[in-house]
Write a protein that binds this ligand. Structure first.
Ligand SMILES: Cc1cc2nc3c(=O)[nH]c(=O)nc-3n(C[C@H](O)[C@H](O)[C@H](O)COP(=O)(O)OP(=O)(O)OC[C@H]3O[C@@H](n4cnc5c(N)ncnc54)[C@H](O)[C@@H]3O)c2cc1C
Length: 418
């Protein structure tokens, strides 16, 4: 029985952890996918924020073998020239009086969420028109890069905090508000970045000769149970698990029905342009923060050197900005994006250009799957068809779901175990 896994991100490695006899084929020259980071001049950066709040025992058994820091999340927001505690809806204290009056009035007059079917109405219904227009719309349009009215609501869960009126009022009068972030503890490896959590699995697969790098799958023939690679080689399988993005898998399978091919091609996602900066200073420290103001392209930034001091050399610190773009658009132009990020660095009081040792710009073509209402209807149809071809989709982009890394690991692990 030959078990084949496409992709060695955390989902592919989770699948291999469940069955060590499987063969993994990875398009790039490194394992780890999005959970892999990179090093520049002794600075280590992850690919976007990456902290673990895994609860599941199977994942914790794997992650907890790595020496780690236990952080208590304390995020901030930058909005209208001011630092606010996060989430802003609970922390209106620093806003001008009229803003607070309008926000509280709007919150009291909110219509609720009964029968709400799209993200915009969910936000307006839950927080009121004023907070939507002046707060939520700004950030969410930057982050999702799509029309919020087209987005579904099922994915939200506890990801966006819903205060009651007492909490909104309390946060308008004082900045001493309780921390309501949805995870009370966030974990991060002491050394080697987020990838350290799964490095041992990848190393073991490599030691056993089961991890095949630089093997980009380009075609699958389900009838002949064969995967074809870009380098002209092929392999036969009995069971196939794929963390390749769902639209690409459909394109890879011979003779996909027209309606499935169309639905798959219509799926949207965001990519992320990362601007990573090494700084020769250590006096600014904010773990991570959200940026609402539209003169700044980045939606979010975090400091790798706060996640672990090992991520930056002595006397230095580091920061990484996340700039989102739609899969329907081109990635933002490098020079303008880096320039805008340096402008943000100065405007937010983080550092001056003289403190900057280097900037690095790179693109992650797949960041978040965009959870449109059509996506929620189409993805089950597409995945059912892919499964009917004997291919099990796994992971964030295989399943086309908004999965955290631990959920992606389990997606691979459970699929193989089942
Ligand atoms: C901005 C951002 C922040 C995040 N922050 C967190 C966080 O704080 N905490 C958390 O738990 N999670 C976080 N996540 C989520 C986490 O990154 C994902 O859930 C997880 O990394 C997805 O793993 P995966 O294996 O499914 O996909 P990927 O990591 O994308 O792996 C897929 C692999 O398949 C390979 N591949 C693609 N096509 C082919 C092909 N044709 N042939 C062979 N191989 C192929 C790719 O090279 C890649 O290695 C974040 C994600 C983003 C985008």
């Amino acid at each position: 029985m030959v078990t084949t896994i496409l992709g060695s991100g955390i989902a592919g490695l989770g699948a291999w952890y469940a069955d060590n006899s499987a063969e993994i084929y990875e398009a790039s020259d490194k394992a780890g996918g999005l959970c892999r980071g990179f090093e520049i001049n002794s600075f280590y950066f992850d690919q976007a924020v990456h902290l673990s709040f895994a609860k599941d025992k199977i994942v914790r058994d794997v992650f907890d073998k790595t020496e780690q820091y236990y952080h208590h999340p304390f995020p901030y927001s930058w909005y209208k020239e001011t630092w606010l505690r996060h989430p802003a809806q609970n922390n209106l204290f620093s806003f001008p009086t009229q803003f607070k009056i309008d926000a509280v009035k709007g919150f009291i007059e909110r219509k609720g969420r009964e029968n709400v079917t799209n993200f915009k109405d969910w936000l307006v219904g839950g927080y009121g028109e004023f907070l939507y227009e002046n707060l939520f719309k700004l950030y969410n349009e930057k982050y999702w890069q799509t029309d919020l009215e087209k987005m579904d609501v099922d994915w939200i869960g506890n990801r966006i905090y819903q205060p009651d009126i007492d909490e909104v009022l309390y946060g308008s009068y004082t900045d001493e508000t309780p921390n309501v972030y949805y995870a009370s503890e966030m974990r991060y490896p002491k050394n080697g970045g987020y990838y350290s959590f799964i490095k041992e699995i990848a190393d073991e697969a490599e030691r056993q000769g089961k991890l095949h790098l630089n093997k980009k799958a380009v075609r699958v023939d389900p009838a002949a149970k064969t995967v074809f690679f870009k380098d002209g080689t092929q392999t036969k399988y009995d069971r196939l698990f794929s963390s390749v993005p769902l639209p690409e898998v459909v394109r890879m399978i011979d003779n996909a029905p027209e309606d499935i091919a169309k639905k798959a091609a219509d799926l949207e996602h965001t990519g992320v342009a990362l601007v990573s900066i090494g700084m020769k200073k250590t006096d600014f420290e904010k773990f991570w923060f959200y940026i609402y103001d539209t003169d700044i392209m980045a939606a979010r930034a975090y400091m790798p050197s706060v996640k672990s001091p090992a991520n930056a050399p002595e006397g230095c610190s580091s920061i990484q900005f996340e700039i989102y773009f739609s899969s329907k658009a081109q990635p933002p132009e490098e020079q303008a994006t880096v320039e805008n990020t340096l402008y943000a660095l100065e405007k937010l009081g983080i550092a001056t250009r003289k403190d900057v040792l280097f900037t690095d710009y790179r693109i992650m073509p797949y960041g978040n799957v965009t959870l449109l209402r059509t996506t929620e209807q189409d993805v089950p149809l597409i995945t059912d068809w892919v499964k009917s071809q004997g291919i099990t989709p796994i992971g964030r982009f295989g399943e086309w779901k908004y999965l955290w890394s631990d959920q992606s690991f389990l997606s691979g692990y459970n699929a193989v175990k089942e």
